[in-house]
Design a protein around this ligand. Sequence first.
Ligand code: FE2
Length: 226
Amino acid sequence: MNPSNHADALGRLEDLPADYIADMTALSIAPLWPQLRGLLPRGKPARSTQPFVWHYQDVRPQLMRAGELTPIEKAERRVLVLCNPGHGIEKLVATPTIYVGMQLILPGEVAPNHRHTPSAVRFVVEGEGGFTTVQGEKCPMHKGDLILTPAGLWHEHGHEGTGPVVWLDALDLPMVYSMEASYAIEGPSQNAGPDLDASQTKYRRAGLVPFGSKISVLFSVRRSMP
Ligand SMILES: [Fe+2]
């Protein structure tokens, strides 16, 4: 018998006597062989994840409607999750390990302060006047910005502008959840001050400023001279 035929011949659960299955179930025991091919597919992984494109022109109207239907107090985070059709709507995943959602915040709203075990990255898609405060640092949100929220850091969102602000959230939430390590803690608002963000100040060195810095390079070079 070649290896392939041998694998095809693996026994099924229904081949076993019902009383034997019942006895094992009562003891929280299960035979491996009926499920072996599912756990260890031959030759290549079995994937449920499907290639899929969500067009912003389709998602945006639904997100705006969420803004009309659900106040921020009823949502905490007003997010529509991009659910990979290969995994279904219920799992709320884009891939087995990554969650992706589109988040809307309207003028004057606050998405309250919290921190959690999953890490997040955010790409700002639309709008002006939004901000995310991460561990005491207020990060203005402009279209195209990337804002990081590493695991365990406090973060909250607000909006001081006039129109809707939308960004894309991506978290390793499904992976952390699968490890039974996913949880969040709520806290009081961080009340970040008006200071320049740390990328403009904390990492500035003689003659070196971050790209696009609000502080002129000339100013920094002069200050670095003896
Ligand atoms: Fe969060």
